[in-house]
Design a protein around this ligand. Structure first.
Ligand code: GRF
Length: 249
């Protein structure tokens, strides 16, 4: 049996989630990126569907733009195209059937163990349709990212592009954020805007936002891999590579 590399001890140190997103804590900076992991950040991707963001991550790794390894891809849907993309790339692809586990806590626990078994240091949600429970999120605070197809905090939740069109905004976009216990509420890492054109449909706007997403996710992961992300309350601070963040109190 192949021995899997374990995460470095500093990488597995849990980072406390902010006490409340509504109470900024600008004095303290928590390290979101951790120890220098250059070239070797082990990324686990959770995806339920087609996996184009996963593909963007794979492409960035293969081109050398992203100093990371795709440690595992996990899906809650057996037929997810994301699993096939992972297999083509030679990465472990695992279907975690929620029905095999009693409740959400049990399923989250199985997921946590799976990620640990693959030595995952950063978890990237990329179209993962299950809500992760508070215990899971707390135990990996500062180490789980999500991508969302809107300029948060506008239009959280499902059908963000439809929401943007219905509201009549002139600018839409995408956000990568750390995951906290809410839905699309965690500290924002990077955002990119795209115009909403007069004749846009949900499909055309979604396609324009998706292009932005594909640029954005590898950029956010790279910042993490370079140890450049710190979290101060609701704010993510981007430092120089391998920035020495003050120790959390
Ligand atoms: C993306 O729009 C992402 O922002 C959202 O779900 C979609 C996933 O698309 N969370 P894909 O599976 O990566 O193509």
């Amino acid at each position: 049996m192949t021995r899997r590399r374990r995460p470095r001890s500093s990488a597995s140190t849990p980072i406390r989630a902010p006490a409340s997103p509504a109470q900024p804590d600008r004095g303290k900076v928590r390290k979101g990126g951790g120890a220098p992991l250059r070239g070797n950040l082990r990324v686990g991707v959770l995806a339920s569907g087609r996996g184009t963001n996963l593909q963007a991550i794979i492409d960035a790794i293969e081109s050398g733009e992203l100093p990371a390894t795709l440690a595992v891809v996990v899906s809650d849907r057996e037929g997810a195209a994301a699993l096939e993309r992972a297999r083509k790339h030679g990465a472990p692809a695992v279907f975690l059937n929620p029905k095999d586990h009693g409740d959400r806590a049990a399923c989250d626990h199985a997921l946590r163990r799976l990620l640990e078994a693959h030595g995952v240091e950063l978890v990237c949600l990329a179209g993962f349709m299950r809500i992760l429970g508070p215990a899971f999120v707390r135990s990996l605070a500062g180490r789980v990212m999500n991508i969302h197809p809107s300029l948060l905090p506008a239009f959280p939740g499902l059908a963000a592009q439809r929401q943007a069109l219905d509201y009549g905004v002139k600018v839409a976009g995408a956000t990568v954020h750390f995951v906290d216990e809410g839905v699309d509420t965690g500290p924002i890492i990077v955002q990119d805007a795209v115009p909403v054109l007069p004749d846009d449909t949900e499909d055309t706007l979604s396609a324009r936002i998706l292009e932005a997403e594909h640029r954005l996710y590898p950029r956010a992961i790279r910042l993490f891999a370079e140890g450049r992300l710190g979290i101060a309350g609701r704010r993510v601070i981007v430092g120089e590579p391998d920035h020495r963040w003050p120790a959390p109190r």
